[in-house]
Write a protein that binds this ligand. Structure first.
Ligand code: T1G
Length: 700
């Protein structure tokens, strides 16, 4: 046996245990260990059946993603192992607890029988990594659960729980109590079964409607959802083979499609984001023994849109929270909005009324700071005004417990200056949520000059508990996300001056895979927010620096975006669909004339390059200044906070695919034409000239 796979015998039952913590993924040594266990059971005539189980909390969470870049001859043979399971001449029972995902589920599919503990979660998340089930899942799952359910699971990657798995026939029984004992008992009961062993590969694929019809519908749905991703459609091609080809030919088809996808840039990008998301929570210079404080009670200052959303995050994480407001009306308005948000989720069937009640009961509205004394963390989320925030932090300094973490949700103001309003700047940091705060997964944790390691790890732990993706960033104007977004939207305005229109620019970026283009996003966020920031910055802006005032003109026409029904676009009553507005085109054309700019046709390629290169160039500057710990953090921020397509990997990863020399050449080309808004970031220049990547820079 290998270190990662155990073998024991109970009477005439062999038990093969995968023990590769924390998730029993199929790392090198695991498939080999399972095969060795099967061979041992096969050759031992005292053995009548085999139980396959995972040690710890999970069955098997999939193939080891880290092995995908290994040379094929060195990477673990998951398919071979799965076929060995199916070819066993003795019944093999999969005993599933926790996660049975990807190659883990495929291993279970090849078993003769499957039993599961109530909390099991079974799925084929490969599509989220830009691939498809590559160890027989596209051929065996349809044979067990039917064509429609298999397509649903494989094209969405959404797992099913034990109850649903039993309904689908994915498992044979939900067992209570000790899983190992229950599985051995189940195996013992099956030994007496007469007739040939049931093999999944021999089953027919059932379908309530004609297969061609089901496949066509699946393709239609996938095409609308894919937004440029290729894997969901390839998944359908592979599953189609389960109804059009003999099993072994279907397996061959699956292999071809898997190989195409696993070598694709889209899959590399999605795997990059998978690991980047998990690395983002790590803080390089904080020792591992620094433990987060327990968070059992929270306080939010301000019941506005952000404050209400943040309070919901506490309640959703099971943490009681008090929301402080200055007057009853503001408090009532804020809490009513929270209740409406929860009700909307209940109405969509994504939350039970009981759970809603539980969460609302965790939120208490108050009009004073009395609750602050008992809070482990306080998050201030009031209007973006430095004096108001300083007053609040001075009060928190007097009222909060000595160990409390004091956080500000500011998106623009200087966290160090806010911290200086207290006698304990080491307890102060930024927790920058994105709107709507109860929905958006990204959380920028802004580290002040004096923020303590303990406050930092506590904020990261709280972010995780709120099911957010926390990323630690330094203090500067706009932190990481907004600082880069400012350059991105500024360049978008320059493109309008030179000849483009909002709908043209937005289409290029949605075709690239963004959820929305820069002008539709600005309308959603509200044009007045950007306007106020630009007004505040006007005094310090370099008068020689190029400035496009189109957005200011639009705001001064009381066009604030979706909230006023008009912005860069027009919106029909109650609709969020942007409608191009001739009035805006007129304004833009007139503005160009005023500026003496001769409008020209601008290609989609130029639009995409200029917007992406501005992100990369500013990202490189941010990395060089140490405001971001690593380039993959910037990618996570853009994918989870700004709708950057995950299948492009984020701006920094995407630049790596393009080649930093190509990006630098583009930046220099635009600098020649447009001046110093295109000054190349020194780090970009250095790395491009060295032929290096951002990852290599970090590893150096
Ligand atoms: N391979 C390698 N490392 C993995 C991994 C995997 N499949 N899954 C997780 N990790 C690492 C992760 O990076 C982290 O490392 C640690 O494990 C804990 O993970 C043939 C080809 C199961 C829901 O897509 O979705 O099978 O940061 O923090 O929050 O068809 O992990 O500690 O160094 O995420 O409890 C299919 C991916 C693979 C599942 C648990 N499987 N994993 O969440 O832990 S493709 C997946 C998850 C495949 C076959 C194909 C989640 C989880 P570190 P974690 P968690």
């Amino acid at each position: 046996m290998t270190d990662l796979v155990g073998y024991e015998q109970r009477d005439d039952i062999a038990i093969i245990t995968v023990d590769n913590p924390p998730l029993n993924v199929l790392s090198p040594g695991v498939p080999e260990g399972i095969v060795a266990g099967l061979q041992r059971a096969e050759s031992d005539e005292r053995i009548a059946a085999v139980v396959l189980i995972g040690a710890g909390r999970h069955f098997i969470a999939g193939a080891d993603i880290k092995t995908f870049t290994m040379p094929r001859e060195e990477s673990p043979d998951v398919r071979g192992m799965v076929n060995a399971v199916e070819n066993s001449t003795k019944p093999v029972i999969a005993a599933v607890q926790g996660a049975a995902l990807g190659g883990g589920l495929e291993t279970a599919l090849a078993c003769t029988f499957r039993v599961a503990a109530p909390g099991a979660s079974m799925g084929t998340p490969e599509v989220n990594l830009g691939i498809l089930p590559g160890a027989g899942g596209t051929q065996r799952l349809p044979r067990l659960v039917g064509l429609d359910a298999a397509l649903q699971m494989i094209t969405t990657g959404t797992p099913v729980d034990a109850q649903r798995a039993a309904e689908l026939g994915l498992i044979d029984e939900i067992v209570d109590g000790d899983l190992r004992d229950a599985a051995v008992a189940y195996a013992a009961a099956r030994i007496s079964d007469s007739g040939p062993l049931r093999r999944t590969r021999d089953l027919d694929v059932r379908s309530d409607a004609p297969a061609a019809q089901v496949l066509a519908k699946a393709r239609e749905t996938a095409a609308t959802r894919a937004r440029g991703r290729i894997a969901p459609l390839r998944c359908i091609d592979a599953v189609e083979a389960s109804v059009t080809m003999p099993f072994d030919d279907g397996m061959q088809r699956e292999r071809e499609l898997f190989t195409e996808l696993v070598e694709s840039d889209q899959s590399r990008a999605l795997r990059h984001i998978f690991f980047a998301e998990r690395t983002a929570a790590k803080i390089d210079d904080v020792p591992d023994d620094v433990r987060p404080a327990d968070i059992s009670r929270g306080v939010v200052i301000g019941a506005g849109t952000m404050g209400g959303g943040i309070a919901m995050n506490f309640a959703n994480a099971g943490i009681p929270v008090s929301v402080v407001e200055v007057d009853q009306d503001s408090l009532d308005t804020g809490l009513a909005k929270v209740e409406r948000n929860y009700q909307a989720t209940v109405d969509k069937g994504r939350l039970t009324p009981e759970k809603m009640r539980e969460r609302m009961d965790r939120i208490t509205g108050v009009l004073d700071y009395d609750a602050v004394g008992d809070a482990d963390v306080v998050i201030e989320a009031v209007f973006e005004d430095m004096d108001i925030k300083k007053d609040i932090f001075a009060t928190l300094d007097k009222t909060a417990g000595p160990d409390a973490v004091l956080a500000t949700n500011t998106s623009t103001l200087d966290v160090n200056e806010i911290a200086a309003a207290t006698s304990r700047p080491s307890s102060v940091l930024g927790m920058h949520f994105f709107s709507p705060a109860n929905v958006m997964k990204l959380l920028e944790i802004v580290r002040g000059e004096q923020t303590s390691h303990r406050a930092l790890v506590t904020a990261v732990a709280l972010g995780k508990k709120m099911r957010k993706i926390p990323v630690v960033v330094g203090v500067c104007d706009g932190f990481v996300g907004n600082r880069m977004f400012h350059k991105y939207t500024r360049e978008a305005s320059f493109l309008l001056e030179e000849g483009a229109l909002p709908e043209q620019v937005d289409k290029v970026m949605t075709d690239f895979g963004f959820a929305m283009g820069p002008f539709a996003v600005s309308d959603l966020a509200g044009l007045d927010i950007g306007y106020r920031i630009r007004r505040a910055q006007a005094a310090t802006r370099d008068p020689d620096e190029r400035y496009a005032a189109i957005a200011d003109r639009i705001v001064e026409m009381d066009r604030l975006g979706q909230k006023s029904g008009v912005g860069f676009y027009r919106y029909a009553d109650g609709s969020r669909t942007p409608i191009p507005d001739p009035e805006i085109e007129e304004l833009i054309v007139a503005h160009s004339a005023e500026q003496g700019i001769e409008r020209r046709d601008i290609s989609g390629e130029e639009i995409r390059e200029r917007l992406l290169y501005q992100l990369v160039n500013e990202g490189a500057q941010i990395l060089d200044e140490g405001i971001a710990q690593r380039s993959s953090d910037i990618d996570v921020i853009y994918v989870y906070g700004y709708g950057f397509p995950a299948h492009a990997g984020g701006p920094m990863f995407h630049a790596g695919l393009l080649g930093l020399d190509t990006v630098l050449a583009g930046v220099r080309r635009y600098q020649e034409r447009h001046g110093d808004t295109w000054a190349p970031a020194p780090l970009l220049t250095r790395l491009a000239e060295q032929g290096a990547t951002f990852e290599q820079y970090e590893r150096a």
